[in-house]
Design a protein around this ligand. Structure first.
Ligand code: PLP
Length: 416
């Protein structure tokens, strides 16, 4: 490969083919620069970005106050390891997360990690330590990460093939999916049956739910379901873990998607956009749960890196300013999707976390639309068990003109 300033897409793609493991699937896009709602490839071609690195830059690329905070922290120190010495950005961010926490209890604490999967693993560890129980309940189409425990909790053979045996004591039940005929009643009945038939609820530590399923197809839980689930879990002393790695940090127009449901989970897991583009994730909950593991029981070399914490503090500040405009943004995108969605498909989501599920349960048409969009200058992603859902991670800071241009490109790609 040539030096970066002379490089062309073909060089990078050839290098990728030769040196990078094929298990990571990537389209042919080669990024040179990104700003706000835009990406430029190495040939200088401009794209609108409705993927946001899979939901990791909810404010758009290189949000100015986030970049400033990163620069300021880079000039102080890069890495300490919180197991070697305390540092202020880590403590400040945990204080901030406590203030923003929707979880039960007055005194909130957090731990910071590197990735969503690592944070989910830690949430399960904390739930097990706090309850003295081992089993974990998860939901159909859930995605919680690619480490052994989280992959065991995740559903889709594309991610799982060849990687077993998986972790024991993970039980999966249906989640509501109105478009495909699964109601809240069905989902609650399935959980009640699980507790009768397969696992004693007294041995279940936690249930882990995405309030809006992300990789599984951008499926918001019906309004009444999370509350009903919580009542059932509470009755058995089972902790409710909200996986807000994809739905959190403003994606649904509130800081946390559970706020739309008036729900108070026991633990909340955040990731992706929390670090404003840097790797960072968190687990937050009431002190008595968070302090269940003994000193030394939790940790990690890089978790809560100071630069990522500084970026997160700036991200949360900026989001609080942006969030009041989000109902209007969500409304506008939804209205347009309803006009352009192919007949029989489902337009759904919560706030600006929106998607179109195509009626046919094969990936072909959705991936053709995503490819056609990219050829026209719009970066998009699919999701869903069958890969037939087109999801939008529109930057929450997008201008009206850019939004209109992006949605027009999507319309053209669908028409094509
Ligand atoms: N949980 C949810 C809901 C996710 O969407 C993801 C990633 O897409 C994860 C967990 C895992 O996060 P990471 O890829 O940072 O490990």
């Amino acid at each position: 490969m040539r030096a970066q300033e002379n490089v062309g897409s073909a060089d990078v793609l050839a290098g990728r083919e030769r040196y990078v493991a094929r298990g990571i699937a990537t389209p042919a896009l080669v990024v040179a620069r990104a700003e706000g709602a835009r990406i430029w490839d190495v040939e200088g071609r401009e794209y609108l970005d409705f993927a946001g690195g899979i939901g990791c830059v909810n404010l758009g690329h290189r949000y100015p106050t986030v970049v400033e905070a990163i620069h300021a922290q880079v000039d102080r120190y890069l890495h300490q390891c919180f197991m070697v010495g305390n540092y202020e950005p880590y403590v400040q961010l945990c204080e901030r997360l406590a203030g923003l926490s929707p979880c039960k209890g007055s005194e909130q604490k957090s731990i910071l990690l590197n990735s969503g999967a690592e944070a989910i693993e830690n949430a399960v560890k904390i739930a097990r330590a706090a309850t003295g129980r081992g089993a974990v309940v998860v939901f159909e189409r859930g995605f919680h990460g690619r480490t052994l425990l989280t992959l065991s909790m995740t559903e889709k053979t594309t991610y799982k093939a060849g990687f077993g045996p998986f972790a024991p004591e993970v039980y999966r039940v249906p989640a509501p999916y109105p478009y495909r005929g699964v109601s809240s009643n069905d989902a609650i009945a399935a959980l009640e049956r699980l507790f009768k038939a397969e696992v004693d609820p007294r041995s279940v530590a936690c249930a882990v739910l995405e309030p809006v399923q992300g990789e599984g197809g951008f499926i918001p839980m019906p309004p009444e379901y999370p509350g009903r689930l919580q009542d059932l879990l509470d009755a058995h002393g089972i902790l409710f873990v909200a996986d807000e790695v994809q739905s959190g940090v403003g994606r649904t127009g509130r800081m946390w998607a559970v706020e739309h449901y008036g729900l108070e989970p026991d633990l909340l897991v955040a990731g992706k956009s929390l670090g404003g583009g840097l790797p960072l994730a968190s687990v937050t909950g009431r002190a008595e749960l968070m302090d269940a593991p003994s000193p030394g029981g939790l940790g990690g070399t890089f978790g809560g890196n100071p630069v990522a914490c500084a970026a997160a503090l700036a991200t949360l500040d900026a989001l609080e300013e942006v969030l009041p405009d989000m109902p209007a943004l969500g409304h506008r995108i939804r209205g347009r999707l309803e006009l352009i969605a192919p007949s029989g498909s489902d337009v759904r989501g919560l706030g600006p976390m929106l998607a179109i599920e195509l009626a046919e349960q094969t990936p072909d048409r959705a991936s053709a639309i995503v490819t056609a969009a990219r050829e026209r200058g719009l970066v998009l992603l699919t999701c869903g068990l069958y890969g037939n859902v087109i999801r939008l991670h529109v930057p929450l800071t997008i201008s009206d003109d850019d939004l209109e241009a992006g949605l027009q490109l999507l319309e053209d790609a669908i028409a094509h």
